[in-house]
Design a protein around this ligand. Structure first.
Ligand code: FE
Ligand code: FE
Ligand code: ZN
Length: 277
């Protein structure tokens, strides 16, 4: 069965988000761990979490994917920004202890002020601080497009970060179709080759989730603007091939397309209808 969901708000609670997911035909979802731009944490409502976990079990919604705020930048040249990244990830992972065995994705950040080798060292340091043996969440590095000195647009950089992490069994990767396409990986004409390259550098066993987005910008453009499925330069056919690829089809897929919930509902139905099971 296709594991497919989209980005949903948990502002009204996790249970409410799970209900919305079920209503729009999703069987998983992604949510922001806290305010995506400001970074303030939400208070934890344990009653809501208990209700959410019951509903999630009933409808087989797990794993769900938490997304770190965009302002988390572990590879920044500014010490206060790096300190915030540590505080933020440690806080998020401590909250996620209440939702065991799920996923948490974050952007490796922009190393434009410090250079790639130092940026990689900073991200590794963050993971060694935040991802301790008692953490019950798998932490995913998101593959990025490479805009503005972003780390993680190259599979080799992701591999390098992971190679320095002590609790590497809790580390994975989240591929974003828009990002990898704009980073120059041709998932339209050469999906097999891209998967092979990922397997050679990072190892396919590390791939735990995929963001499915079409792209407003072309292959290798190093830009990052998501389009609705079939309305961008990746195209619906390439996305259908990707969700059906024998080495990817078991993964959870998350839409981050420019949609409200009714638009997501249509895209979820479309992808389900084109999944060969
Ligand atoms: Fe992301
Ligand atoms: Fe993404
Ligand atoms: Zn993006």
């Amino acid at each position: 069965m296709l594991k497919i969901g989209c980005h949903l708000s948990v502002a009204a609670g996790y249970e409410a988000a799970a209900k919305t997911a079920v209503e729009i035909g999703a069987n998983t979802f992604q949510f922001f761990s806290r305010n995506p731009r400001g970074g303030a944490a939400r208070s934890v409502d344990t009653a809501d979490i208990a209700k959410f976990l019951r509903l999630a079990q009933q409808h087989d919604l797990l794993p769900v994917l938490a997304h770190a705020p965009y302002v988390l930048n572990a590879s920044s040249a500014t010490p206060a920004t790096r300190a915030f990244a540590h505080m933020c990830m440690q806080g998020d992972l401590s909250t996620l202890q209440l939702l065991p065995n799920n996923l948490y994705t974050f952007h490796p950040g922009s190393s434009s002020g410090v250079g790639k080798p130092q940026g990689i060292a900073y991200v590794t340091e963050l993971l060694n601080r935040a991802v301790t043996p008692e953490i019950n969440t798998t932490v995913l590095l998101e593959a990025m497009s490479g805009k503005g000195g972003e780390l993680g647009a190259d599979f080799g950089e992701l591999a390098e970060i992971i190679s320095g992490v002590e609790c590497a069994d809790k580390i994975g990767v989240c591929l974003d179709t828009c990002h990898v396409f704009c980073a120059g990986y041709d998932i339209v004409e050469n999906l097999d080759g891209v998967i092979e390259e990922f397997d050679r550098t990072v190892g396919l066993a590390r791939l735990k989730a995929v963001h499915v987005n079409d792209s407003m910008h072309p292959l290798g453009s190093r830009k990052d603007r998501h389009a609705k499925i079939g309305e961008g330069l990746i195209g619906a056919d390439a996305i259908i091939r990707l969700i059906n690829h024998p080495r990817l089809k078991h993964l959870p897929f998350y839409l981050e397309t420019p949609n409200e919930n009714d638009g997501y509902q249509k895209e979820i139905a479309f992808l389900k209808a084109h999944y060969s099971g």
